[in-house]
Design a protein around this ligand. Structure first.
Ligand code: FAD
Length: 221
């Protein structure tokens, strides 16, 4: 899928420095993290000051798509072609160490750099909006009332190539100091995952509409 099969940093700024053994530049690792995460955080510079904004994303092939109102500062800033940085983080567990210093988290994260472009092509924009909808709830786009022309025009979509990118992954138990392993202090991992509760039907449903399977059985990929 990737023209460039990355096994090392694609630029000096994507080189993970501290605990570099946790770094990954493997496209499969990176895409899995991007696809599993519900949201990303977009960092950009506005009026000379850094800003980080949470938002929904979706991936199609080697492109990350973001969307929003044309009035959104985040999307307006992308019109200039200025660089942004995107982060996605999945927290897989709380690592409970014997020493306070070694408490940690198990995680999978991605940092991506690039200059986004605003998507003007209607076909690409349509596909991006479908991907963003289905990224959150797979199957929802086909089941929803289709977007109107007005809604389509009133939504801005930006595309960012996934090529200057790194992942960092921590897994496993605590890394305590050798002399601390005999201490009578509990240590281990509290695994964490996104687990949905039972769906709650909208009180304004006008007829008996059963919840679709993708709602009842919702889970992240
Ligand atoms: C859930 C979570 C909690 C963390 N908590 C802490 C903490 O409390 N303190 C702390 O110092 N660090 C923490 N980190 C690690 C942090 O994200 C950085 O990896 C760390 O600060 C190392 O920075 P650096 O100076 O070596 O690299 P930098 O110079 O900051 O980064 C160099 C390049 O490495 C890549 N990179 C760095 N970190 C990541 C990453 N996490 N994922 C993907 N690519 C990355 C990027 O491409 C970046 O441009 C945490 C990470 C996660 C995911």
């Amino acid at each position: 899928m990737y023209a460039l099969v990355m096994s090392e940093p694609s630029s000096s700024r994507t080189k993970v420095r501290r605990l570099a053994e946790r770094a990954s530049y493997d496209p499969a690792t990176i895409t899995t993290i991007l696809d599993e995460a519900l949201i990303c955080h977009v960092g950009f510079v506005d009026d000379g000051a850094p800003v980080v904004i949470p938002t929904i994303h979706a991936r199609i092939g080697e492109t990350l798509y973001l969307h929003g109102s044309p009035a959104s500062r985040m999307l307006r800033s992308m019109r200039s072609g200025a660089e942004i940085s995107v982060n996605v983080t999945l927290v897989d567990g709380l690592v409970v160490a014997r020493a306070a210093f070694h408490n940690s988290m198990n995680y999978r994260s991605v940092v991506l750099f690039g200059s986004p472009r605003i998507v003007d092509d209607a076909t690409e924009k349509w596909a991006a909006l479908e991907a963003i909808t289905d990224h959150v709830i797979p199957g929802r786009w086909a089941d929803s009332r289709p977007m109107t022309e007005k809604e389509f025009k009133g939504t801005l979509v930006a595309a960012l190539p996934i090529d200057e990118v790194s992942a960092k992954v921590r897994s496993g138990g605590p890394s305590d100091d050798e002399e601390d392993y005999d201490l009578p202090i509990w240590a281990g991992v509290i695994p964490l995952q996104i687990r949905p509760s039972a769906p709650v039907a909208d009180s304004l449903l006008t007829s008996e509409v059963p919840a679709p399977d993708y709602v009842v059985d919702y889970r992240r990929p």
